[in-house]
Design a protein around this ligand. Structure first.
Ligand code: NI
Length: 140
């Protein structure tokens, strides 16, 4: 049977500051501009979780939404919602860019998908910034 993909949308609000521990204060200011402001700033992040697999013949679904929600809400939403991303242990040595965040969300979920398999994480950070992992051509 052909596989089908399901994408479900999740949301969390979090603050962050773009700041690299590998760079000087001046280099950080030059590289990240206002995003390096010491007071930080917030985003309403949207996470798009795509799961791909064969349909369950009885339910006609790729995955039970309730089971998926339970996992994503616990692993991702509860971890980041109303938190400062710079204080998350995963970002001690990594800048809290959308690029790093989308990869980390993938890592949090890839081994926990209840049915089918994880094939994409999309992350909307602002009206104009969208991140995606993995690269479409590198999907397995
Ligand atoms: Ni930002």
């Amino acid at each position: 049977m052909d596989e089908v993909s399901l994408t479900r949308r999740y949301h969390f609000a979090a603050s962050h500051r773009l700041h690299s521990t590998y760079l000087s204060a001046e280099q950080n200011r030059l590289l990240f501009g206002k995003c390096n402001n010491p007071n930080g700033h917030g985003h309403n992040y949207v996470v798009l979780v795509t799961v791909t697999g064969n349909l369950d013949p009885e339910s006609g679904r790729v995955a039970e939404l309730e089971a998926l929600d339970l996992i994503v809400n616990e692993a991702v939403v509860a971890r980041f919602d109303h938190k400062d991303l710079n204080h998350d242990p995963a970002f001690t040595d990594r800048v809290t860019t959308g690029e790093n965040l989308v990869q980390f969300i993938w890592d949090l979920l890839v081994d926990q998908i209840p049915a089918g398999r994880l094939t994409k994480i999309g992350l909307v950070e602002t009206r104009d910034n969208y991140f995606e992992y993995p690269m479409p051509a590198l999907k397995t």
